[in-house]
Unconditional design. Structure first.
Length: 150
């Protein structure tokens, strides 16, 4: 395996770790798959999450929003590395959010950027074409700053 292959594999493993945590609604596992500050582009807004504590604190609200939509789990439909270097990998993804019976609630494309900071791979930026209210972080103060609660 070349260094580039190892870099890409590490980034893809980080994406899978996040989605595994997301599907379990394990906020600590999701946060551990991130590098901070973490930036999210969705629904025409940009939200910066400063640290793990802020992310974890928002997840109860996000879970409520997901459940209100009928969400049960998320599936990685496609994952393709589109650019990579020694310390940064751009991953193009297609996700589906599904209900308990497996029906698709949302299908969307997203670009995630994984970075290597202080020896740790983490997702540092997500730019998604997801229109769900649960595309926000669910943190009222952070959402207010981004204008999501206007």
């Amino acid at each position: 395996m070349t260094t580039q292959d190892g870099t890409q594999a590490a980034a893809q493993a980080t994406v899978r770790a996040y989605i595994d945590g997301f599907n379990r609604r394990d906020a600590a596992a999701m946060a551990s798959a991130f590098n901070f500050p973490h930036v999210r582009f969705a629904k025409g807004r940009v939200v910066t999450i400063p640290d793990s504590d802020a992310f974890v604190a928002a997840q109860a609200r996000v879970t409520r929003m997901l459940l209100e939509e009928g969400w049960h789990h998320t599936v990685i439909e496609q994952m393709n590395v589109v650019q990579s270097g020694a310390e940064k990998v751009h991953v193009a993804l297609e996700f589906t959010r599904r209900d308990k019976g497996g029906a698709v609630i949302h299908r969307f494309d997203t670009l995630w950027i994984a970075t290597l900071l202080d020896g740790k791979w983490g997702i540092q930026l997500r730019s998604s074409f997801l229109l769900s209210d649960a595309a926000t972080f669910g943190d009222t103060a952070l959402d207010d700053r981004a204008g999501l609660n206007a």
